[in-house]
Design a protein around this ligand. Sequence first.
Ligand SMILES: Nc1ncnc2c1ncn2[C@@H]1O[C@H](COP(=O)(O)OP(=O)(O)OP(=O)(O)O)[C@@H](O)[C@H]1O
Ligand SMILES: [Mg+2]
Length: 363
Amino acid sequence: MATVTYSKATRIYPGTERPAVDHLDLEIGDGEFLVLVGPSGCGKSTSLRMLAGLEDVDEGTISIDSRDVTHLPPKARDIAMVFQNYALYPHMTVYENMAFALKLRKTSKAEIDRRVKEAAGLLQLEEYLNRKPKALSGGQRQRVAMGRAIVREPQVFLMDEPLSNLDAKLRVQTRSQIATLQANLGITTVYVTHDQTEAMTMGHRVAVMLDGVLQQVDTPRALYDAPANVFVAGFIGSPAMNIKTVQLTEQGAAFAEMVLPLTRQQVATAHADGGNGKVTVGFRPEDTDIVGASEGGMPIVVELVEDLGADANVYGHAAIGGASERFVVRTDRRHMPNMGDTVFIKPRSEHHHAFHAVSGSRI
Ligand SMILES: Nc1ncnc2c1ncn2[C@@H]1O[C@H](COP(=O)(O)OP(=O)(O)OP(=O)(O)O)[C@@H](O)[C@H]1O
Ligand SMILES: [Mg+2]
C-alpha cells in the first residue's frame, strides 16, 4: 500500500525548450485509482514514466509514501507497469511470462506457483497457462500483461493505455474488469488514457492535462459539474459542451434571442482582467431542451440528426453576432426534428457554465 506524490515534477527532453511535463503537483492516495487523461502529446506517458523511473526528472521530486524516489532506478521503486503493446515474451508460455520477473528475483518455485495461479484465477486465465501468446486473443494477451504485473505484488500499478489494442466492445468489458480487479486488490494505480469515457468510468479521480500542464484533478462528477476552465469543459463529455464567447450584458451572456443569466459577481469577474465586454459560456447537449417558439429559446437550423436509438443528437447552426455558430442538443426520440427545421433550444436553468473570455478560467 502506498501514496504517490509528484511535487513540481518537470521533464524537459534534451534538445527541446518546452517542458513535456511542467511543474506537476499531484497527490495520489493509498489504494486510489487515478486516471491521467488528455490529448495526444500532453505529457501523460512522460508523467507515468517519470514515476516508473524510465524518464529523468529535471526539476522537482517524486515520492512513494515518504520515500523520495526521484533518482532511484526503476527496480528499486516497487512498481509494476502494463504497457500498451503488452510486450509479452513470444517464446514463453503464459505461465512463464507471468513467472519471469519473480524468477529473476529468485523467488522460490512454490511461491511463484502460488502467485501465478492466484493471478490466473483472478484473470480467468487458468486454462491458457500452457499456451504461447500467439495462440491467445487480444483480450487474453491483455490479461496476461495484467497478470505479469499482479504477481509482482507491487506497491503501485502503472498502466499506459492498456486497452488501446482491443476492439471497442472488448475495451468496454475489460475496463470494468480492470476497475473491479483494482478495487479488490486495493493497489494504488495510475492509469493513462486519452479516452475521456474510459477516464470518467474507471477513475476515482481524474487528472486532466494539456501541453504538459495539469488543468484539474477531481472526481469524475466534479469535473463534469464544475470544469475549472474552457479546456476541461470541452474535453469532458460527449458530444462536447457547446462553448461560445458572446457579448456580456448586466443580465448575463447574450446569445441572439436568449440571455443566459449570470450573477452580479460573475458579471463583475467577466469584466475584470481585460474581459472586454465578452464572456465565454458553455452548456452541455444533455442539459439543453428543444422548447416552444415563445419560451425564450434560441432558434437553430437543424443540419444533422444522429439517431442513437434511445435518444438523438441534433446538430444545427444559429447566427450570433454576424457569424454562424454550431450547436448540438441531446433530445429524446419523440422530439426528433428533421433536417432543415428551425427549432428553439434552451439550456436548463442553472445548467450553464461561465468562463472568463480571455483566461478561460471558470467564473
Ligand atoms: N524522447 C523524447 N524526446 C523528445 N521529446 C519527446 C520524447 N518523448 C516524448 N516527447 C514529447 O513530449 C511530449 C509529451 O509526450 P508524451 O509521450 O508524454 O505524450 P502523451 O500524452 O503520452 O501522448 P499520447 O496520447 O500520444 O501517447 C510530446 O510533445 C512529445 O513529442
Ligand atoms: Mg502516451
